[in-house]
Design a protein around this ligand. Sequence first.
Ligand SMILES: [Zn+2]
Length: 167
Amino acid sequence: MKAPICRVCVTSDILCTGCEDKLKQGNISQVDIDLARTLSKLAVQHPILEHSEFKSTISFKEMLLVLVPKGMAGNFIGRKGTLIKEISDTLGQRRIKVVEETNNPKELVQRILYPAQLLGVNVVYSGKKQIFKVRISRADRQRIHEKESLEKLFEKLLGSETNIIFE
Ligand SMILES: [Zn+2]
């Protein structure tokens, strides 16, 4: 299993100085650590998790977004979603959404916004700064509850300032 913390820390209860530093500097979060240890524990009964990998986690409201490499989501979700349910139960009843990495911002945004419909993602430049404009149909306005926190989330995922606009 590959996680943002090292192999040793996955199976121990304390952190090595390397991972401790990463935590202090904010490169990893406590949730990353908890998830890595949860996956390692569950791998005893579910060997498919030995081949799982995640890059990072982002807490978003009641939800935990887990960013995984391309093609990896199935290993987390399991048959009919039973495995992801067990992972979230073990982690403390949090709703988990597994999102595969993609270098296509539109795909990534669409996966998170679903079932709201994404019209497009445009890149605009303000001086040297690039800004993403996430365009959502006005008809889906009701589905987007916290526009500002979503914008922050996309900013984190896409690495640039993001504005959501309805049209
Ligand atoms: Zn470590």
